[in-house]
Design a protein around this ligand. Structure first.
Ligand SMILES: [Zn+2]
Length: 278
């Protein structure tokens, strides 16, 4: 699942490679394309984008916002398995390709989504004024909050700290994988209640959010290169490292949960919390 670091690098690559180019053709590829595309303009997804020039690529949390001239926005929420890909037209189309935008520079920007859970909203209104689920209530970007703002925004949430970190209405951009990494860095057990955290722990948590996300962005930038459909994650310390030695203390990494909601942590470095599974 792409989170802040991956999407930040995708934004950088798109900004460098495709801003200034005009969309010369649009193909919504069935069946996936028909599921993921949401045309809020009611003018037609293909008709609206064809001839539009990409002027900017922005990111807010786990959303990417492509701005076009004349005024048009393509707001992408990749969810679990959505990926963008830059390809030459002759490059074989990956399975689960949902949308292909041909660009005046000769490349194609493709949206691929194995589970077709992501969404691509086309709107003539800016994203924060358009009826896009989950966007309106989004908190500030996780890297854009000050220490004081971070503490203030935490206050209303009283539950388990991992669950709070991944709430988009707290801060935007942190998902299941980086929440595990952040809590390991901060040495805080994922099931500690927010209300039980000391002032010192809140400081460590804020520092860990910044250092983990910035560090990961640099690593993703180095490993992903221009292959924006890839999701390099081998640098993680605990997430999906069940049973492997903790890089800090050597104890085996614990796992709780299943499927996309796995939580990994180190019982030695991150003590406490209610016992939930093994
Ligand atoms: Zn450890």
């Amino acid at each position: 699942m792409p989170e802040l670091p991956e999407l930040e690098v995708v934004r950088e690559v798109l900004k460098r490679r495709v801003v200034g180019q005009t969309v010369t053709a649009v193909e919504v590829v069935p069946p996936g394309g028909l599921i993921v595309v949401r045309d809020l303009t009611r003018e037609g997804f293909e008709a609206g984008l064809t001839g539009a020039t990409l002027t900017d690529v922005a990111r807010r949390g786990k959303f990417l916002i492509l701005t076009f001239d004349p005024t048009l926005y393509l707001v992408i929420n990749p969810k679990l398995t959505g990926r963008l890909q830059l390809a030459t037209p002759s490059e074989r189309q990956r399975a689960n390709t949902c949308v292909r935008l041909t660009l005046s520079g000769g490349e194609e920007l493709r949206y691929v989504d194995q589970k077709t859970m992501g969404q691509l909203y086309l709107t003539r209104e800016p994203a924060d004024r358009a009826p896009i689920p989950d966007f309106a209530g989004l908190g500030p970007d996780a890297l854009a909050v000050s220490r004081d703002e971070f503490r203030a925004r935490l206050k209303p949430f009283r539950g388990e700290i991992k669950g709070v970190l991944i709430r988009g209405d707290f801060v935007a951009g942190i998902g299941n994988a980086y929440a595990d990494e952040i809590l390991w860095t901060a040495r805080i057990h994922p099931y500690r209640k927010r209300t039980s955290l000391t002032s010192d722990e809140l400081d460590r948590l804020y520092d860990a959010v910044r250092s983990t996300l910035l560090d990961a962005t640099a690593k993703v930038r180095a490993q992903m290169g221009e292959a924006i459909h890839r999701e390099p994650r081998d640098f993680m310390n605990v997430h999906l490292k069940t049973g492997q030695p903790c890089p800090r203390c050597g104890a085996p990494i614990s796992m709780v949960g299943a499927n996309q909601r796995i939580t990994n942590f180190c019982r030695v470095c991150q003590p406490g919390g209610l016992i939930k599974g093994m």
